[in-house]
Ligand binder design. Structure first.
Ligand SMILES: [Mn+2]
Length: 431
Protein backbone atom coordinates (compact mmCIF):
# COMPACT_ATOMS: atom_id res chain seq x y z
CA UNK A 1 0.00 0.00 0.00
CA UNK A 2 1.42 3.35 -0.96
CA UNK A 3 1.93 5.92 1.69
CA UNK A 4 1.53 9.48 0.60
CA UNK A 5 2.94 11.53 -2.21
CA UNK A 6 1.77 14.46 -4.31
CA UNK A 7 2.08 15.60 -7.88
CA UNK A 8 0.90 18.23 -10.35
CA UNK A 9 -0.83 17.26 -13.57
CA UNK A 10 -0.97 19.76 -16.43
CA UNK A 11 -1.34 19.63 -20.21
CA UNK A 12 -1.38 21.67 -23.41
CA UNK A 13 0.97 24.50 -22.47
CA UNK A 14 1.60 25.27 -26.19
CA UNK A 15 4.78 27.25 -25.47
CA UNK A 16 5.49 29.55 -28.41
CA UNK A 17 1.88 30.04 -29.49
CA UNK A 18 0.98 33.62 -30.46
CA UNK A 19 -2.80 33.94 -30.20
CA UNK A 20 -4.43 36.17 -31.12
CA UNK A 21 -2.08 37.68 -33.65
CA UNK A 22 -1.87 41.41 -32.91
CA UNK A 23 0.13 43.28 -35.57
CA UNK A 24 2.26 45.16 -33.04
CA UNK A 25 5.56 43.70 -31.84
CA UNK A 26 5.07 45.21 -28.36
CA UNK A 27 1.83 43.32 -27.95
CA UNK A 28 2.91 39.91 -29.17
CA UNK A 29 1.08 37.22 -27.16
CA UNK A 30 3.79 34.53 -26.94
CA UNK A 31 4.77 35.48 -23.33
CA UNK A 32 1.23 34.75 -22.07
CA UNK A 33 1.80 31.01 -22.62
CA UNK A 34 5.22 31.13 -20.99
CA UNK A 35 3.79 32.96 -17.95
CA UNK A 36 1.06 30.34 -17.48
CA UNK A 37 3.66 27.55 -17.51
CA UNK A 38 5.93 29.51 -15.20
CA UNK A 39 3.03 29.92 -12.74
CA UNK A 40 2.54 26.14 -12.55
CA UNK A 41 6.28 25.60 -12.03
CA UNK A 42 6.20 28.20 -9.22
CA UNK A 43 3.32 26.34 -7.55
CA UNK A 44 5.08 22.98 -7.87
CA UNK A 45 8.08 24.41 -6.02
CA UNK A 46 5.89 26.16 -3.44
CA UNK A 47 3.91 22.97 -2.67
CA UNK A 48 7.00 20.79 -2.84
CA UNK A 49 5.33 18.12 -4.97
CA UNK A 50 7.16 14.87 -5.70
CA UNK A 51 6.82 15.14 -9.49
CA UNK A 52 5.01 16.86 -12.40
CA UNK A 53 3.06 15.17 -15.19
CA UNK A 54 2.49 16.78 -18.59
CA UNK A 55 0.02 15.09 -20.95
CA UNK A 56 1.36 16.52 -24.20
CA UNK A 57 1.42 19.63 -26.43
CA UNK A 58 4.26 21.04 -24.39
CA UNK A 59 5.24 23.31 -27.32
CA UNK A 60 3.25 24.82 -30.17
CA UNK A 61 5.68 24.00 -32.99
CA UNK A 62 7.67 20.75 -33.34
CA UNK A 63 10.71 22.96 -33.99
CA UNK A 64 10.08 25.48 -31.22
CA UNK A 65 10.70 29.15 -31.78
CA UNK A 66 13.38 30.95 -29.73
CA UNK A 67 11.03 32.33 -27.01
CA UNK A 68 9.53 28.85 -26.52
CA UNK A 69 12.98 27.26 -26.34
CA UNK A 70 14.25 29.76 -23.79
CA UNK A 71 11.14 29.48 -21.64
CA UNK A 72 11.24 25.67 -21.70
CA UNK A 73 14.93 25.59 -20.72
CA UNK A 74 14.64 28.21 -17.95
CA UNK A 75 11.58 26.68 -16.27
CA UNK A 76 12.77 23.07 -16.54
CA UNK A 77 16.12 24.09 -15.05
CA UNK A 78 14.32 25.50 -12.00
CA UNK A 79 12.54 22.17 -11.51
CA UNK A 80 15.78 20.27 -11.92
CA UNK A 81 17.44 22.42 -9.26
CA UNK A 82 14.53 21.68 -6.93
CA UNK A 83 14.74 17.97 -7.68
CA UNK A 84 11.22 17.75 -9.10
CA UNK A 85 11.06 15.26 -12.03
CA UNK A 86 9.06 16.40 -15.06
CA UNK A 87 7.43 13.48 -16.86
CA UNK A 88 5.91 14.12 -20.26
CA UNK A 89 4.33 12.30 -23.20
CA UNK A 90 4.01 13.42 -26.81
CA UNK A 91 1.14 15.64 -28.02
CA UNK A 92 -0.13 16.54 -31.47
CA UNK A 93 2.15 19.60 -31.58
CA UNK A 94 5.32 18.12 -30.09
CA UNK A 95 6.52 16.08 -33.03
CA UNK A 96 6.70 16.80 -36.72
CA UNK A 97 4.41 15.15 -39.25
CA UNK A 98 7.09 15.53 -41.95
CA UNK A 99 8.69 12.19 -42.76
CA UNK A 100 12.32 13.31 -42.82
CA UNK A 101 11.92 15.52 -39.76
CA UNK A 102 11.13 12.43 -37.68
CA UNK A 103 14.77 11.41 -37.95
CA UNK A 104 16.56 11.85 -34.64
CA UNK A 105 13.40 12.28 -32.58
CA UNK A 106 11.46 15.34 -31.56
CA UNK A 107 11.96 18.29 -29.23
CA UNK A 108 11.02 16.23 -26.18
CA UNK A 109 13.92 13.91 -27.07
CA UNK A 110 16.28 16.91 -27.03
CA UNK A 111 15.08 17.83 -23.54
CA UNK A 112 15.37 14.20 -22.47
CA UNK A 113 18.99 14.01 -23.71
CA UNK A 114 19.78 17.00 -21.56
CA UNK A 115 18.15 15.34 -18.52
CA UNK A 116 15.49 18.01 -18.30
CA UNK A 117 12.46 15.75 -18.81
CA UNK A 118 11.55 12.10 -18.55
CA UNK A 119 9.88 11.27 -21.84
CA UNK A 120 7.56 8.27 -21.63
CA UNK A 121 5.85 7.01 -24.74
CA UNK A 122 4.51 3.60 -25.81
CA UNK A 123 6.19 3.68 -29.26
CA UNK A 124 9.63 4.41 -27.75
CA UNK A 125 12.12 2.38 -25.82
CA UNK A 126 11.04 4.07 -22.62
CA UNK A 127 7.39 3.05 -22.47
CA UNK A 128 7.06 3.87 -18.78
CA UNK A 129 9.08 5.22 -15.91
CA UNK A 130 9.30 3.95 -12.34
CA UNK A 131 9.66 6.61 -9.69
CA UNK A 132 10.72 5.50 -6.26
CA UNK A 133 9.15 7.66 -3.57
CA UNK A 134 10.06 6.42 -0.10
CA UNK A 135 9.08 2.76 -0.06
CA UNK A 136 6.69 3.11 -2.98
CA UNK A 137 7.12 2.61 -6.69
CA UNK A 138 4.94 4.84 -8.85
CA UNK A 139 4.86 3.74 -12.49
CA UNK A 140 3.98 6.27 -15.19
CA UNK A 141 3.02 5.01 -18.65
CA UNK A 142 2.88 7.27 -21.71
CA UNK A 143 0.45 6.93 -24.58
CA UNK A 144 0.95 9.99 -26.77
CA UNK A 145 -1.16 11.06 -29.68
CA UNK A 146 -2.12 8.46 -32.29
CA UNK A 147 -5.08 10.12 -34.04
CA UNK A 148 -7.52 7.53 -35.33
CA UNK A 149 -5.13 4.72 -34.30
CA UNK A 150 -5.59 5.54 -30.60
CA UNK A 151 -7.94 2.65 -29.86
CA UNK A 152 -5.76 0.12 -31.66
CA UNK A 153 -2.70 1.32 -29.74
CA UNK A 154 -4.57 1.27 -26.43
CA UNK A 155 -5.53 -2.36 -27.06
CA UNK A 156 -1.93 -3.26 -27.91
CA UNK A 157 -0.81 -1.48 -24.76
CA UNK A 158 -3.28 -3.52 -22.70
CA UNK A 159 -2.20 -6.83 -24.24
CA UNK A 160 1.39 -6.20 -23.26
CA UNK A 161 0.47 -4.61 -19.94
CA UNK A 162 2.43 -5.54 -16.87
CA UNK A 163 2.12 -3.78 -13.55
CA UNK A 164 5.35 -5.27 -12.19
CA UNK A 165 6.05 -4.71 -8.57
CA UNK A 166 4.43 -1.29 -8.43
CA UNK A 167 2.21 0.42 -5.87
CA UNK A 168 0.50 3.10 -7.94
CA UNK A 169 0.07 3.39 -11.71
CA UNK A 170 -0.59 6.46 -13.84
CA UNK A 171 -1.38 6.60 -17.56
CA UNK A 172 -0.63 9.74 -19.59
CA UNK A 173 -2.80 9.96 -22.71
CA UNK A 174 -2.92 12.67 -25.33
CA UNK A 175 -6.34 12.23 -26.93
CA UNK A 176 -9.95 13.42 -26.84
CA UNK A 177 -13.05 11.43 -25.90
CA UNK A 178 -15.81 10.89 -28.44
CA UNK A 179 -18.59 11.21 -25.88
CA UNK A 180 -17.61 14.73 -24.77
CA UNK A 181 -20.00 17.56 -25.80
CA UNK A 182 -17.47 18.97 -28.29
CA UNK A 183 -15.24 16.04 -29.25
CA UNK A 184 -11.88 17.13 -30.62
CA UNK A 185 -10.99 14.30 -32.94
CA UNK A 186 -11.15 11.62 -30.27
CA UNK A 187 -11.70 7.92 -30.89
CA UNK A 188 -11.65 6.65 -27.29
CA UNK A 189 -14.73 6.76 -25.10
CA UNK A 190 -15.13 7.39 -21.39
CA UNK A 191 -16.09 3.70 -21.03
CA UNK A 192 -12.75 2.57 -22.57
CA UNK A 193 -10.82 4.46 -19.92
CA UNK A 194 -13.24 3.76 -17.07
CA UNK A 195 -12.56 0.02 -17.43
CA UNK A 196 -8.81 0.59 -16.97
CA UNK A 197 -9.52 2.31 -13.70
CA UNK A 198 -12.20 -0.08 -12.44
CA UNK A 199 -10.07 -3.14 -13.11
CA UNK A 200 -7.38 -1.55 -10.94
CA UNK A 201 -4.76 -1.56 -13.74
CA UNK A 202 -4.46 2.23 -13.67
CA UNK A 203 -5.07 4.42 -10.61
CA UNK A 204 -4.99 7.83 -12.28
CA UNK A 205 -5.71 8.61 -15.95
CA UNK A 206 -3.98 11.86 -16.90
CA UNK A 207 -5.54 13.22 -20.09
CA UNK A 208 -4.44 16.00 -22.41
CA UNK A 209 -5.49 17.30 -25.86
CA UNK A 210 -9.02 18.60 -25.11
CA UNK A 211 -8.36 22.21 -24.09
CA UNK A 212 -11.56 22.32 -22.08
CA UNK A 213 -11.17 21.21 -18.46
CA UNK A 214 -13.27 18.17 -17.44
CA UNK A 215 -13.07 15.19 -15.13
CA UNK A 216 -14.84 11.94 -14.24
CA UNK A 217 -13.64 11.30 -10.71
CA UNK A 218 -15.60 8.06 -10.38
CA UNK A 219 -13.54 6.67 -13.30
CA UNK A 220 -10.21 8.20 -12.31
CA UNK A 221 -10.20 10.42 -15.45
CA UNK A 222 -8.74 13.91 -15.20
CA UNK A 223 -8.33 16.44 -18.03
CA UNK A 224 -6.91 19.79 -16.82
CA UNK A 225 -7.29 21.49 -20.24
CA UNK A 226 -4.83 24.01 -21.65
CA UNK A 227 -2.98 26.39 -19.33
CA UNK A 228 -3.86 29.48 -21.43
CA UNK A 229 -6.63 30.26 -23.94
CA UNK A 230 -5.61 29.10 -27.41
CA UNK A 231 -8.65 30.21 -29.48
CA UNK A 232 -12.08 31.80 -29.18
CA UNK A 233 -13.55 28.28 -29.00
CA UNK A 234 -12.30 28.18 -25.41
CA UNK A 235 -13.62 31.65 -24.48
CA UNK A 236 -16.00 32.51 -21.65
CA UNK A 237 -19.45 33.36 -22.96
CA UNK A 238 -21.67 36.27 -21.95
CA UNK A 239 -25.21 36.26 -23.35
CA UNK A 240 -27.28 39.43 -23.80
CA UNK A 241 -30.58 40.36 -25.43
CA UNK A 242 -31.20 43.75 -27.05
CA UNK A 243 -34.80 44.96 -27.25
CA UNK A 244 -36.28 48.49 -27.37
CA UNK A 245 -32.81 49.99 -27.05
CA UNK A 246 -32.18 48.07 -23.86
CA UNK A 247 -29.39 45.62 -23.29
CA UNK A 248 -30.07 42.86 -20.79
CA UNK A 249 -27.62 40.22 -19.59
CA UNK A 250 -29.21 36.76 -19.78
CA UNK A 251 -26.46 34.48 -18.49
CA UNK A 252 -22.71 33.94 -18.40
CA UNK A 253 -20.54 30.87 -18.70
CA UNK A 254 -17.12 31.63 -17.27
CA UNK A 255 -14.30 29.32 -18.23
CA UNK A 256 -11.05 29.21 -16.37
CA UNK A 257 -7.71 27.56 -16.94
CA UNK A 258 -5.77 25.51 -14.45
CA UNK A 259 -3.96 22.35 -13.40
CA UNK A 260 -4.46 19.53 -10.91
CA UNK A 261 -2.75 19.35 -7.58
CA UNK A 262 -3.05 15.68 -6.61
CA UNK A 263 -2.41 14.18 -3.22
CA UNK A 264 -2.35 10.43 -2.88
CA UNK A 265 -2.96 9.23 0.62
CA UNK A 266 -2.78 5.47 1.25
CA UNK A 267 -3.62 4.88 -2.39
CA UNK A 268 -6.59 7.24 -2.32
CA UNK A 269 -6.58 10.08 -4.87
CA UNK A 270 -7.47 13.64 -3.82
CA UNK A 271 -7.30 15.87 -6.91
CA UNK A 272 -7.88 19.60 -6.67
CA UNK A 273 -8.27 21.84 -9.72
CA UNK A 274 -6.25 25.01 -9.20
CA UNK A 275 -6.80 28.11 -11.34
CA UNK A 276 -4.10 29.90 -13.31
CA UNK A 277 -4.28 33.71 -13.69
CA UNK A 278 -4.65 34.00 -17.48
CA UNK A 279 -5.79 36.64 -19.94
CA UNK A 280 -9.56 37.26 -20.02
CA UNK A 281 -11.25 36.11 -23.21
CA UNK A 282 -14.96 36.67 -23.88
CA UNK A 283 -17.46 35.85 -26.55
CA UNK A 284 -19.93 38.75 -26.29
CA UNK A 285 -23.14 37.24 -27.65
CA UNK A 286 -26.13 39.52 -28.30
CA UNK A 287 -29.55 38.29 -29.42
CA UNK A 288 -31.56 40.71 -31.59
CA UNK A 289 -35.18 40.49 -32.70
CA UNK A 290 -35.87 41.92 -36.16
CA UNK A 291 -33.29 44.67 -35.69
CA UNK A 292 -31.92 47.04 -38.34
CA UNK A 293 -28.16 47.20 -39.01
CA UNK A 294 -28.02 50.47 -37.02
CA UNK A 295 -29.73 48.90 -34.03
CA UNK A 296 -27.35 45.97 -34.22
CA UNK A 297 -24.39 48.33 -34.27
CA UNK A 298 -25.79 50.17 -31.24
CA UNK A 299 -26.55 46.99 -29.28
CA UNK A 300 -23.20 45.39 -30.01
CA UNK A 301 -21.28 48.54 -28.99
CA UNK A 302 -23.20 48.68 -25.68
CA UNK A 303 -22.42 45.02 -24.96
CA UNK A 304 -18.75 45.37 -25.90
CA UNK A 305 -18.36 48.53 -23.80
CA UNK A 306 -19.66 46.71 -20.72
CA UNK A 307 -16.84 44.19 -21.12
CA UNK A 308 -14.06 46.55 -22.15
CA UNK A 309 -13.75 48.42 -18.84
CA UNK A 310 -10.56 46.44 -18.38
CA UNK A 311 -8.56 47.40 -21.48
CA UNK A 312 -6.65 44.13 -21.34
CA UNK A 313 -9.53 41.91 -22.40
CA UNK A 314 -9.83 39.96 -25.63
CA UNK A 315 -13.36 40.12 -27.06
CA UNK A 316 -15.27 38.59 -29.93
CA UNK A 317 -18.65 40.07 -30.91
CA UNK A 318 -21.27 37.43 -31.78
CA UNK A 319 -24.52 38.61 -33.41
CA UNK A 320 -27.50 36.24 -33.08
CA UNK A 321 -31.29 36.43 -33.48
CA UNK A 322 -32.88 38.03 -36.53
CA UNK A 323 -32.47 40.99 -38.86
CA UNK A 324 -35.36 43.27 -39.90
CA UNK A 325 -36.79 42.30 -43.29
CA UNK A 326 -35.24 43.90 -46.35
CA UNK A 327 -31.70 43.76 -44.98
CA UNK A 328 -28.93 41.36 -45.82
CA UNK A 329 -26.00 40.15 -43.75
CA UNK A 330 -23.64 42.38 -45.69
CA UNK A 331 -25.58 45.48 -44.61
CA UNK A 332 -24.19 44.95 -41.11
CA UNK A 333 -21.44 47.36 -40.12
CA UNK A 334 -19.05 44.70 -38.90
CA UNK A 335 -15.89 46.80 -39.21
CA UNK A 336 -17.52 49.58 -37.14
CA UNK A 337 -18.48 47.03 -34.49
CA UNK A 338 -14.96 45.64 -34.39
CA UNK A 339 -13.40 49.08 -34.04
CA UNK A 340 -15.91 50.46 -31.52
CA UNK A 341 -14.09 49.69 -28.28
CA UNK A 342 -10.60 49.90 -26.90
CA UNK A 343 -9.45 46.43 -25.85
CA UNK A 344 -6.31 44.35 -26.13
CA UNK A 345 -7.91 42.67 -29.12
CA UNK A 346 -11.37 42.53 -30.71
CA UNK A 347 -11.99 39.65 -33.09
CA UNK A 348 -13.90 39.94 -36.36
CA UNK A 349 -17.65 39.77 -35.49
CA UNK A 350 -19.41 36.46 -35.99
CA UNK A 351 -22.95 36.53 -37.41
CA UNK A 352 -25.26 33.63 -36.80
CA UNK A 353 -28.56 35.27 -37.68
CA UNK A 354 -31.66 33.19 -38.37
CA UNK A 355 -32.89 32.87 -41.94
CA UNK A 356 -29.71 34.31 -43.43
CA UNK A 357 -27.61 31.95 -45.41
CA UNK A 358 -24.14 32.97 -46.35
CA UNK A 359 -24.19 34.88 -49.62
CA UNK A 360 -23.85 32.62 -52.64
CA UNK A 361 -20.95 32.85 -55.07
CA UNK A 362 -23.13 34.73 -57.53
CA UNK A 363 -24.14 37.54 -55.14
CA UNK A 364 -20.59 37.65 -53.85
CA UNK A 365 -19.32 38.00 -57.41
CA UNK A 366 -21.93 40.71 -58.07
CA UNK A 367 -20.74 42.78 -55.15
CA UNK A 368 -17.15 42.45 -56.35
CA UNK A 369 -17.91 43.52 -59.94
CA UNK A 370 -17.70 47.30 -59.36
CA UNK A 371 -14.48 46.88 -57.38
CA UNK A 372 -12.88 44.80 -60.13
CA UNK A 373 -14.00 47.22 -62.86
CA UNK A 374 -12.53 50.12 -60.93
CA UNK A 375 -9.30 48.15 -60.49
CA UNK A 376 -8.89 47.47 -64.20
CA UNK A 377 -9.73 51.08 -65.08
CA UNK A 378 -7.04 52.30 -62.72
CA UNK A 379 -4.60 49.97 -64.39
CA UNK A 380 -5.29 51.92 -67.59
CA UNK A 381 -7.83 49.73 -69.42
CA UNK A 382 -10.70 51.50 -71.15
CA UNK A 383 -14.31 51.18 -69.99
CA UNK A 384 -15.24 48.30 -72.26
CA UNK A 385 -12.05 46.32 -71.68
CA UNK A 386 -12.44 46.74 -67.91
CA UNK A 387 -15.94 45.26 -68.21
CA UNK A 388 -14.66 42.32 -70.26
CA UNK A 389 -11.83 41.57 -67.82
CA UNK A 390 -14.25 41.79 -64.89
CA UNK A 391 -16.62 39.36 -66.57
CA UNK A 392 -13.81 36.92 -67.21
CA UNK A 393 -12.57 37.11 -63.61
CA UNK A 394 -16.07 36.55 -62.19
CA UNK A 395 -16.64 33.62 -64.54
CA UNK A 396 -13.37 32.01 -63.47
CA UNK A 397 -14.23 32.42 -59.78
CA UNK A 398 -17.70 30.97 -60.30
CA UNK A 399 -16.37 28.17 -62.46
CA UNK A 400 -13.76 27.12 -59.94
CA UNK A 401 -16.17 27.13 -57.01
CA UNK A 402 -18.56 24.24 -57.71
CA UNK A 403 -21.22 23.55 -55.10
CA UNK A 404 -20.95 19.85 -55.89
CA UNK A 405 -18.12 17.80 -54.48
CA UNK A 406 -18.50 15.34 -57.35
CA UNK A 407 -15.08 14.62 -58.89
CA UNK A 408 -16.35 14.26 -62.45
CA UNK A 409 -18.27 17.50 -62.26
CA UNK A 410 -15.19 19.25 -60.91
CA UNK A 411 -13.18 18.00 -63.90
CA UNK A 412 -15.83 19.27 -66.33
CA UNK A 413 -15.82 22.66 -64.63
CA UNK A 414 -12.05 22.85 -64.72
CA UNK A 415 -12.04 22.16 -68.46
CA UNK A 416 -14.73 24.81 -69.01
CA UNK A 417 -12.66 27.41 -67.15
CA UNK A 418 -9.55 26.56 -69.16
CA UNK A 419 -11.54 26.89 -72.39
CA UNK A 420 -12.93 30.21 -71.17
CA UNK A 421 -9.40 31.53 -70.70
CA UNK A 422 -8.24 30.11 -74.01
CA UNK A 423 -11.14 31.67 -75.92
CA UNK A 424 -10.71 35.06 -74.33
CA UNK A 425 -9.65 37.57 -76.97
CA UNK A 426 -6.69 39.31 -75.44
CA UNK A 427 -6.32 41.43 -78.58
CA UNK A 428 -9.68 43.09 -77.85
CA UNK A 429 -8.55 44.33 -74.47
CA UNK A 430 -7.17 47.83 -74.83
CA UNK A 431 -5.48 50.27 -72.52
MN1 LIG B 1 -3.35 21.06 -27.52
Amino acid sequence: MPRSFSFIHLADTHLGLNWPVIPDIKRVQIPAYGKAFSYVVEKAIEYGVDFILHSGDFVEHPRPTIPALRRAIVELRRLKEEGIPFIVTRGTHDSSKEYFEKLGGDFLTVLEDDGKVIYVEYSRKRKYYDLKIGEDIVRIYGLGEYGIEQRKILNEFLRSFSSGNTDFRILLIHGGLIDRPYPVGGVLSTADLASLYRSGLINYIALGHDHQHFEYREFGIYNPGSTEFCSFKEASKIFYSFKDNELKEEKREIREKGFYLVEVDNGEVHAKFEKIPTRKIFDVIVRFNGASPNEILEGMILALERNAKDKNVILRPVITGSLASGYRAYDLRLKDIQESVDALYVGWPVCSLEGITSPSTITLAKSYEPILQEYFKRRGYNEESSKKLTQLTVQIVKGLNPSSEDKKEKEVRKKKVLKLIEDFELKEVKR
